[in-house]
Write a protein that binds this ligand. Structure first.
Ligand code: NAG
Ligand code: NAG
Ligand code: NAG
Ligand code: NAG
Ligand code: NAG
Ligand code: NAG
Ligand code: NAG
Ligand code: NAG
Ligand code: NAG
Ligand code: NAG
Length: 521
């Protein structure tokens, strides 16, 4: 009687326990993972897809330009004094065009960015402000010619004087809107053979900062117009339907699986994502580095894991830029980003913290972090004032929500520089001090709006409930088993093997266990 029911009870409890263990260990995590995957995978049924295709909020694209305040003195050999002016804020809208789907769970697309000047956010600054900056296109032309045929520099400079009218020094007085987007006209029409050489070289290299004029008689130079409304890509990335931890991984860019510019398979690797999408973070295997591929500089970069940080009341993983641009002495892997014939300095490698963009952009531009943050101190000695690296202002970082991989907040900062070189044969350069001269730096970033923060917070608390339910179920299963085991042990020791059934106790007992179980669901 009582013993038989307690055995039945014990049996049911065991079944409950086994089910609870299976659910806790495998079922619930699998269900949760499936739900997350459904929401984040790049499939037109997922919640994320439309936000990914067309960013719901524009990025902020901020430009800080270095105004040279003692140009005359620099012409006579003094150290430069710079004044940072900015930010000039542009809204950056991004939209992707889906081209198709690949066989191995991939999607192909191009990205189009569109920039609009944001008057309000730029405060009292206007696109019509005049600044004095290093004459980037002139220095680019001089340096390119210098690498090719140093002895011709005097002759070429004569041609450049025609190409660049009113050329008196290596500085350029310009409206910021012309420097950033509208362009500065460079004339190629003239009866000078050296001029033809310079224009031919530009035509051959076609640096992205040069765009041919409509009439074909010259070029417009500007820093960013090549980014405005041009299709970038195509990219091919993983959709994350098969393995969500692969989500966003770039498989190919412009149909290539590695970049040939660096002439080295390691430095040409295309790693990681396009920095707008990341896979969820597996708490048991938190990646120490997050890779992104930056087409503007033709290479993969990474941010290093710093730790957990709270942002918008959400637990996030915080990554920041560390040694990606380190000198080869600090990071030997970086040695393939430098080659002897790209620069006369040092052993062909540039100094710590800078990257030669010549192979990438066809112009002798040098990238660094703003104000040479994390770069060699040697670079700072060149300036009289105006360059002050500051971690808060100049670092690049990202906050990731580990559950969905969503970027809660991220900033990418990059400075463009060019060498100002003392060249005895060019009157404009015969007295200037040689050094790495900054032109401007950009900050591109966004943080998710409150509506998406709330969505994330809600889904996190939902996960919290599910997690609680998972453990409750397990606890109940264990408790039931212990109770029934005790009852079974008692009944068998007191009464021996039972023969008859007692319907009252049966109903009572099973009712108790059923109601307890009901509570857990
Ligand atoms: C969703 O994508 C599939 C291909 O994966 C396509 O056949 C279908 O038409 C798409 N649906 C919508 C609404 O875009
Ligand atoms: C930049 O510096 C020059 C002096 O070299 C000055 O005349 C000009 O007003 C400055 N531009 C801005 C926007 O402050
Ligand atoms: C798909 O994956 C298989 C195996 O990994 C590989 O052999 C094949 O080349 C891939 N196809 C494409 C188009 O990348
Ligand atoms: C970008 O291009 C669009 C379309 O050609 C144009 O309307 C817009 O003014 C450009 N943005 C800037 C900042 O020049
Ligand atoms: C800029 O400010 C003006 C007035 O302060 C306001 O009317 C306008 O909506 C603002 N524009 C944007 C894009 O915020
Ligand atoms: C060059 O200088 C002359 C006279 O000094 C001036 O009239 C002309 O506008 C200048 N050209 C440019 C492109 O600055
Ligand atoms: C600097 O370069 C521009 C073209 O980029 C040219 O027109 C100008 O004359 C050059 N020199 C000076 C002093 O502005
Ligand atoms: C690419 O990623 C691999 C590991 O995922 C790493 O070992 C390698 O250093 C990365 N390459 C570059 C150029 O960053
Ligand atoms: C964060 O949580 C605290 C306490 O729960 C609350 O007082 C605060 O307003 C929250 N902050 C945000 C930005 O939601
Ligand atoms: C630069 O180096 C590459 C190989 O690293 C070589 O092919 C090329 O000829 C060199 N160029 C010059 C101008 O020395």
């Amino acid at each position: 009687m009582i013993g038989k029911h307690s055995r039945l009870f014990f049996g049911i409890s065991l079944v409950v326990l086994v089910v609870a263990i299976i659910l806790a260990a495998w079922g619930f995590p699998k269900i949760i993972q499936n739900q997350i995957q459904k929401n984040i995978q790049l499939d037109n049924s997922s919640a994320m897809f439309e936000k990914w295709r067309k960013m719901p909020i524009p990025f902020d694209f901020k430009i800080y330009v270095f105004n040279v305040t003692n140009a005359e003195d620099v012409n006579n050999g003094a150290k430069p004094k710079l004044a940072e002016i900015g930010p000039y804020v542009y809204k950056e809208y991004r939209e992707k065009t889906i081209l198709g789907y690949g066989p191995n769970d991939t999607i192909q697309y191009t990205v189009k960015k569109r920039f609009v000047f944001d008057n309000n956010a730029s405060a009292e600054l206007s696109e019509d402000d005049e600044v004095t900056v290093i004459n980037f296109s002139y220095m680019a032309a001089i340096l390119s010619v210098y690498e090719l045929m140093p002895s011709m520099i005097g002759m070429i400079n004569k041609a450049l004087e025609q190409f660049f009218p009113n050329l008196t020094d290596p500085f350029l007085r310009v409206k910021v809107k012309d420097l950033f987007f509208d362009g500065i006209y460079l004339n190629c029409v003239g009866d000078n053979s050296a001029l033809g050489l310079v224009c031919g070289k530009i035509k051959a290299d076609m640096p992205p900062t040069m765009r041919p004029s409509e009439d074909g008689n010259g070029f417009y130079f500007s820093m960013f117009s090549h980014l405005n409304t041009t299709e970038i890509g195509p990219y091919e990335i993983v959709r994350g339907r098969v393995n969500m931890y692969d989500l966003g991984h770039i498989v190919s860019y412009k149909g290539k699986t590695s970049m040939s510019q660096w002439g080295d398979p390691y430095c040409g690797q295309i790693n990681g994502s396009d920095s707008t999408i990341f896979p969820p973070i597996d708490e048991n295997n938190v990646p120490r580095r997050l890779y992104t591929f930056e087409p503007d500089i033709c290479r993969s970069m990474y941010v290093g894991l710093i730790g957990k940080r709270s942002l918008f009341n959400l637990t996030t993983y915080y990554y920041e830029m560390t040694d990606a641009l380190a000198a080869k002495s600090a990071n030997p892997d970086n040695k393939c980003f430098c080659k002897r014939n790209w620069s006369g300095n040092h052993d062909g490698c540039l100094l710590m913290g800078v990257l030669n963009l010549m192979p990438c952009q066809g112009a002798p531009a040098i990238a660094s972090m703003p104000h040479f943050y994390l770069a060699s101190e040697e670079l700072l000695e060149y300036f009289d004032e105006g360059i002050q690296p500051d971690k808060e202002k100049h670092n690049s970082y990202v906050y990731i929500d580990p559950v969905t991989g969503v970027v809660l907040k991220g900033l990418k900062r990059l400075q463009f520089n060019i060498e100002l070189r003392n060249v005895k044969d060019a009157p404009q350069l015969e007295n200037v001090p040689t050094g790495l001269f900054p032109l401007l730096w950009i900050e591109e970033g966004a943080e998710i709006p409150e509506s998406i923060q709330n969505e994330l917070r809600q889904s996190h608390s939902m996960l919290g409930y599910v997690e609680t339910a998972r453990w409750m179920l397990l606890v109940i299963g264990i408790a039931l088993t212990i109770i029934s085991a005790v009852i079974l042990a008692r009944s068998s020791s007191i009464l021996g093997w039972p023969r008859n059934s007692n319907s009252v106790s049966f109903i009572l007992r099973s009712g108790v266990s059923a109601s307890v179980r009901n509570k857990s669901y």
